[in-house]
Design a protein. Structure first.
Length: 573
C-alpha cells in the first residue's frame, strides 16, 4: 500500500514504479519491515557526531535514543552524518567551514526522502551551521543540543573549560604555576562528555535555539551525561513525528518575534558575542530582516541575570540545577513576545509559565541583576563604518571610555613575532589593533580578537588592554575587546589604514569608535593601500573568499542567503 501522499517521502517510497522499487529495495538491506515504507513520516537525524569533535563525541548514542522516540510515535528514523566542526581541533578555524557545513546539511536534507529533521548538535559551530542549512530547506525541524560537560574541577574548585586556557600564559608567568599544575588543570577541565560548560558559544547556541523555540522546553542546560538529557532526546524523537503531521515548519517558528526573544534572552544570560554573527546568518536564511543595530536596540538594556563564567562565577551544571533557561525566560516575560510558537506547539510563554528557581545566586531575579544593562553594544564610527561590537559585561569598566595610541599588528604572524619583544612600545594606555583576521583576510574570521597581553605588561600587573580587530572572540573569553570591525581590513576598511601611534577613542556609552586621523590623511593612506594577496586560488577556500559577506551581515556566503525549499528539481529518471 503506498504511503500517504501528503508526505514528502511519498515521492521516494510511495510509488509502485521502477524508482519506487529502487528507493525501497536498497534501503531494505538494513532490515526494515514493509510497514516502514507505508506512510510513516521519515525523520532524518542529522548527526554532527565525530571523534574529531570532542564536544559531540556522545551524539551517536543520542541518535539511538532519538530513534527510539521516533519509532514509538510511528515514524521511520534515518540517521545521516554531516560535516562536523570541532572547535579545538580544526585549523585554521571552524568559522571558515561553518558555511560549508551548512551547505552539506541543506543539500543532505533536500536530496533525501526526509519529512522532518532532528538536528543533533553541540560544539560551537555545529548548531548554527546545521540550523542555517535546515532553514534553507524549511521542513519541520527540532534541535537536540548535546549538553554541556560536568563542571571542571581543579585543586578542589570548579574550573570552566574554555576559560582557563586563556589564562595559561598569565598563570605560568605571574602566579608561578608549574607545568604539573597546568597538566592537572588540563585533565580536570574536560572530565565528561559534552561541550564547554561555561556560557561560551556552545552554551550560548543551546540557549539561543531554546529561546527561538526550536527545542523542547529546558533543553539547553541539561548536562550531556545527565540521564534527563536522554529523556529529552527520546521525547524530541516522538515530537518531531507530530510536527510533521502538523506541518510545523521552521518558518512558522522562526518569526521576527522569535529572533527578538533570542536577543533579549542572550543579553540576560551574558551570551557569547558569536551569537550575533550566527543569528544574523540564520535570519538571512529564513528570510527575517535582522540587522546589527537590532541587537543593540533590543538587547543592550536587558539586565544580566545569569551568573556564569566568563561574565560571572558559575558553570552550566549549576545553571541546570538552579532551574535553567526556563527560569530566565519566566523572569523576562514582560520583555518577551510570549505568544511566539515553539516546536511543541505551545507558546514560549506557556512553556515557561511556572519554573522554580533553586539558586538565586546563579539565576538572579530581575530586581537584583548582576548588571543592569548587559547586552552587546554595537559601535559605530569612522573605524567601523558598518559597525563593530563589544561585550560590556566581559570588559573592564575603566576602559569603556578611553583614548590611547594604537599599537598595530598587520597580521597574526606579526603579532606573534613582536608581542613579547622587550622593545615594543606599549603600555597600559595603548590600544592593540590587529588586522587581517576578518572573514576574507584570515580567511574565516578566527577567534583571536582577545589576543594575550605582552609579558612585560602582565608582569607589571596589567590585566586588560583595549584590543580592536576584524576577528571574533571565543565566547569563553573576556576583556575590553572590540570585535567584528566591518568593513574588515583586507577589503580596504579604515582598519587597514591605522598606523602605530594613531589615537583611537572608544566610548562604549556613546557607541563610538573613532580614529583621530583627518579625512585628508585617511584618503592619502587609502590611495597608497595595497590589498593583501588572497591566500587561496582554488577549492572551497577560494569560493569562500570570493563570496563571504562581511561580519555585520553574518559572514554567510552571499549566494546561500535565503532558501530553496524542500522541492527537488530535475528528478526525471
Ligand atoms: Fe566545543 Fe567549546 S570546544 S564547545
Amino acid at each position: 500500500m503506498p504511503a500517504a501522499k501528503k508526505l514528502r517521502s511519498y515521492d521516494w517510497f510511495g510509488k509502485n514504479d521502477k524508482m519506487g522499487f529502487v528507493h525501497r529495495s536498497w534501503l531494505r538491506n538494513q532490515g526494515y519491515p514493509d510497514d516502514y515504507f507505508q506512510g510513516r513520516p521519515v525523520i532524518g537525524i542529522c548527526n554532527t557526531w565525530s571523534e574529531l569533535t570532542p564536544c559531540n563525541g556522545h551524539l551517536r548514542e543520542f541518535a539511538e535514543v532519538v530513534k527510539r522516540g521516533v519509532a514509538e510515535a510511528g515514524g521511520f528514523p534515518l540517521e545521516f552524518p554531516v560535516t562536523s566542526l570541532g572547535e579545538t581541533i580544526m585549523r585554521p578555524t571552524t568559522m571558515l567551514f561553518r558555511n560549508l557545513a551548512s551547505m552539506d546539511t541543506e543539500e543532505s536534507i533536500r536530496a533525501n526522502p526526509i519529512d522532518g529533521v532532528i538536528l543533533l548538535t553541540g560544539c560551537d559551530k555545529t548548531t548554527p551551521s546545521t540550523l542555517m542549512g535546515a532553514c534553507s530547506v524549511n521542513l519541520p525541524t527540532l534541535i537536540v543540543p548535546g549538553g554541556p560537560m560536568l563542571n571542571g574541577r581543579f585543586k578542589g574548585s570548579c574550573l570552566g573549560s574554555g576559560s582557563f586556557n586563556w589564562m595559561v600564559k598569565e598563570k605560568l608567568l605571574v602566579d608561578n604555576y608549574t607545568e604539573a599544575d597546568i597538566l592537572e588543570a588540563e585533565i580536570g577541565a574536560a572530565r565528561s562528555q559534552g561541550h564547554c560548560m561555561t556560557m561560551g558559544t556552545a552554551s550560548t547556541m543551546a540557549c539561543m535555539v531554546e529561546a527561538l523555540g526550536l527545542t523542547l522546553p529546558g533543553a539547553a542546560a541539561i548536562p550531556a551525561v545527565d540521564s534527563r538529557k536522554k529523556v529529552l532526546a527520546q521525547l524530541s524523537g516522538r515530537r518531531i513525528v507530530e510536527m510533521v503531521k502538523e506541518d510545523l515548519t521552521l518558518s512558522k517558528i522562526l518569526t521576527r518575534q522569535a529572533f527578538e526573544n533570542a536577543i533579549v534572552v542572550n543579553s540576560a544570560i551574558g551570551g557569547s558575542t558569536n551569537f550575533i554573527i550566527h543569528l544574523l546568518a540564520i535570519a538571512g536564511r529564513i528570510g527575517v530582516n535582522l540587522t546589527l543595530e537590532d541587537f543593540d536596540r533590543i538587547g543592550s538594556n536587558i539586565p544580566l541575570l545569569v551568573n556564569l563564567k566568563p561574565s560571572g562565577e558559575y558553570l552550566m551544571e549549576d545553571f541546570y540545577y538552579a532551574g535553567g533557561l526556563p527560569v530566565v525566560i519566566k523572569a523576562l516575560q514582560n520583555l518577551l513576545h510570549n505568544d511566539a510558537i515553539t516546536v511543541n506547539g505551545k507558546t514560549i510563554g506557556e512553556n515557561n509559565s511556572s519554573p522554580v528557581c533553586y539558586n538565586n545566586d546563579v539565576i538572579r531575579d530581575i530586581a537584583t541583576p548582576l548588571q543592569e544593562n548587559a547586552g552587546i553594544a554595537v559601535l559605530k564610527g569612522n573605524l567601523c563604518q558598518n559597525g563593530a561590537i563589544i561585550k560590556p559585561s566581559a570588559a573592564t569598566d575603566k576602559l569603556m571610555q578611553h583614548k590611547g595610541p594604537a599599537v598595530v599588528f598587520e597580521t597574526m604572524e606579526d603579532y606573534h613575532a613582536r608581542i613579547d619583544d622587550e622593545d615594543l612600545e606599549i603600555d597600559e594606555n595603548s590600544i592593540i589593533v590587529l588586522k587581517g583576521v576578518g572573514p576574507v583576510g584570515y580567511p574565516g574570521m578566527p577567534e583571536v580578537g582577545n589576543v594575550d597581553l605582552p609579558e612585560k605588561l602582565l608582569k607589571k600587573g596589567v590585566k586588560d588592554l583595549i584590543r580592536i580587530s576584524d576577528g571574533r572572540m571565543s565566547g569563553t573569553a573576556g576583556g575590553t575587546v572590540v570585535l567584528h570591525v566591518s568593513p574588515e581590513s583586507s577589503v580596504g576598511g579604515v582598519l587597514a589604514l591605522v598606523k602605530n601611534g594613531d589615537i583611537i577613542e572608544l566610548d562604549v556609552a556613546a557607541r563610538r569608535l573613532h580614529l583621530n586621523v583627518s579625512e585628508d590623511e585617511l584618503e592619502r593612506r587609502k590611495l597608497a593601500w595595497v590589498a593583501p594577496e588572497p591566500v587561496a586560488d582554488r577549492g572551497y577556500v577560494k569560493f569562500y573568499i570570493d563570496h563571504v559577506q562581511q561580519a555585520h551581515l553574518g559572514a554567510d556566503i552571499d549566494i546561500l542567503r535565503g532558501g530553496s525549499g524542500s522541492k527537488v528539481t530535475r528528478d526525471l529518471h
